[in-house]
Design a protein around this ligand. Sequence first.
Ligand code: ADP
Length: 835
Amino acid sequence: MDNPDLLKETTPAKEGSLDSVCIGRARSFAQIFASIAILIAVLVLVGWVLGIDILKRIGPGFPSTKVNSALCFIFTAGALFLGHLTPVRPWKKTCSFVLLAMVMLISGLTLAEFFTGWSFGIDQLFLKDQDAVSTEWPLGRMDGNSAITFLSYALAVLYLFRGKHGTAIAQVLVVAGLLLTLLTVTGFLFGVRIFSSFFSFSGLAVLTQADFILLGLSILCAHPGEGMVSIILADNPGGFVARRLIAPAILTPVFFGWIAKEGLSHGYYDAGFACLLIVLISMVVVCAIAARSVVELNRIEKERQLLSAARFQSDVRERGALEASRLKSEFVANVSHEIRTPMNGVLGMVNLLLGSNLTHEQREQAETIRQSGDALLNLVNEILDFSKIEAGKVQLDEKPFSLVDCADEVFNLLSTTARRNKVNLIFFVSAETPHYFRGDASRLRQVLINLVGNAVKFTDEGEVSLEITSVQHGGVHHQLEFQVADTGIGISPGALPLLFRPFQQVDASATRRHGGTGLGLAISKHLIDLMDGEITVSSILSVGSTFRFKIPLRACPPPSGAETEENLKLPPQSRFLLFAKGGKFPALLKRQIEAWDGEAQVVADPMAVIEMRDTTFAAVLMDNNSETMALAAQMKFDPAWNKIPRVLLDFEESLPPEKASLYPKRLAKPFKRLALHALLLELTGVQKVAKPVSAPASPAPLAQKIPLRILLAEDNHINQKVGLALLKRLGYSADIANNGREALEAVMRDRYDLVLLDIQMPEMDGIEAAQAMREKLKEKCPHLIAVTANVFAGAREEYLSKGFNDYLGKPLLPETLRQTVVRAAESLSSRPPAS
Ligand code: ADP
């Protein structure tokens, strides 16, 4: 029973080291023992009152338990309950003291009677023993042994009130009482009267002795976490041996001693043989039990050593793995920082170059540098992202966002590539899907950009579609399904299981052609997992792939004034004819028009169109295919059809005149949802009320509108040049500081409105410099912007908390810099004038 416990890490036996379960169990035993002791004593009293013999003693050959003893049992056990086995209250403590005082009074008077020979009438206090076995001793008086044991128990319960050290003394007192009980029992067994009762011999009151044992054990278990009891109960080898040996060490000599004595009294052998018998048998039994315990202990110790060696090794491994992962994250962050710094130079300069007058060839070359730079930056971002996700450092935001805007942003980002590759990009959000949800829009956008980006990348012709549907919902809780389908190269069945593993590029040849890190899908899967969603994929080689993921999202009401699908309803009876075939495009276009309350009829056969003779359509939308031109020409020369505007949907930037004349209207694919809506409205004759637009940005440099004195603190010379040139494009000529110390000196010397502080600089870094500026200049401190290549989620909040007003990640982009300067100007103008 002990063994599994002992396999736990053993601790040296010390007081108070028991676990709460063991302490709880021991206290329950204490309550049970004390209750039984009270029960026996009450039954004895009942026996005395009602004259029921069997309740007072176990049989006619044995004396009854005395009334005084029964009362003392009830008082002592009651005091134990009130003072130690139930929640302590001051009144209970007082009652406990009173009960103990009574026990001590009764037992003390009994002993005094014995020593003095006087009678205080203690035996007359209660009922008289009418059927006592002995007449030598007053009938109601308890034995001297019992009086001593009661005194030691009552003192023990008193000592328990005195904390840890009191408990140790209490346990010694109880053990003394128990030994006396044992002596009384063995004295009786062996017929040694002086041990059985110090003062008289009236036989053995078995119920009294049993009650003493129960009461003694319950006092010992009342505070099991302290004193010698805690050592015996401890979950360690000491406790184990103690529990094994105590009972046999006591009972073996008692039992075999009695057997030897019985044999002797029957004359089976002489006294010498009897002694030898007791000694030998006790030796053998105790040694056998000790030997068994030692063997058991050795086995347990061996297992424990193996276990702790294994644990040590796994700890070392775990610590090693944690350290390795920390070093890896640190390394990746450092590499990312080191790559971003020169990238700032490359991209900054190339952006400046693209803003200057270049020949066509030079522009193409500069554009290639920019694209390569962007790709490199993307790679760094993905590696950084992946290492953060692996280290479990990504936390999702929970803010309201527009799902449709999120999808539109993905569309805007990828539509240029799709148009260049002549791949149709179709986004569809089902009518029953709410527009506003709470969640992490930027992480959802990241997943969509990756999936739709891959679909566009691996599709040479055909279409890529994104469908968003709410597949299940209860109240505001929606299960959204995102389905990204393409008609691209597809993925072989063998490669599908590897797809979401990091750095897996299933078709190296295709990937080499298209570029990529093999991290996008692994990151996407991690993010979807974080959102409590799941992603699946199905694909057929050379036919196409479909990635589906589902995530639970909570819908929220649209912010006031937000554009909702309700605002996009088309006028009643807006009917359109769609001439299109193949893929999902016709069906999704039809569903989109219907979602706006319009009506759309899809026809794939040109002959069927001509034969329709239904000319109540607001327009004919004609997807470009080999038959479109012929059909358009036929419709143009058909007086009925010619009244209905024809709209060509194609990828061309411009059309040759003979083709252009066939179509009064054109919509270049891939088209935005809202561009289609505006065109449909126009075709139904509704003039869209133009939204008031802000005045076009003035071509004059920003510096003319917002004059500012700017200091740029940057240690890298190339990045100094980039920063200066980008600021110059905004019309500012900034001063330079090579490190934080120089920047601090400069702001102390001259007045600046704005300081761009690189974070990692020699001598004094950006954070130290910012804090020193704030401390020294107080409210006159310039607007401080942290500029860093150490881009991480939450960087803005972190730098703002360190004393900066704003944050810019490298590489610096002209537009972001402009917006930051405008923000700085707004914040400076709202400051109270310096006194
Ligand atoms: P990468 O940056 O290389 O695109 P991903 O993790 O996004 O990394 O994709 C891993 C690989 O999965 C790609 O290299 C490609 O071989 C395959 N793959 C992903 N999406 C598609 C798709 N829509 N069609 C075909 N192959 C795909």
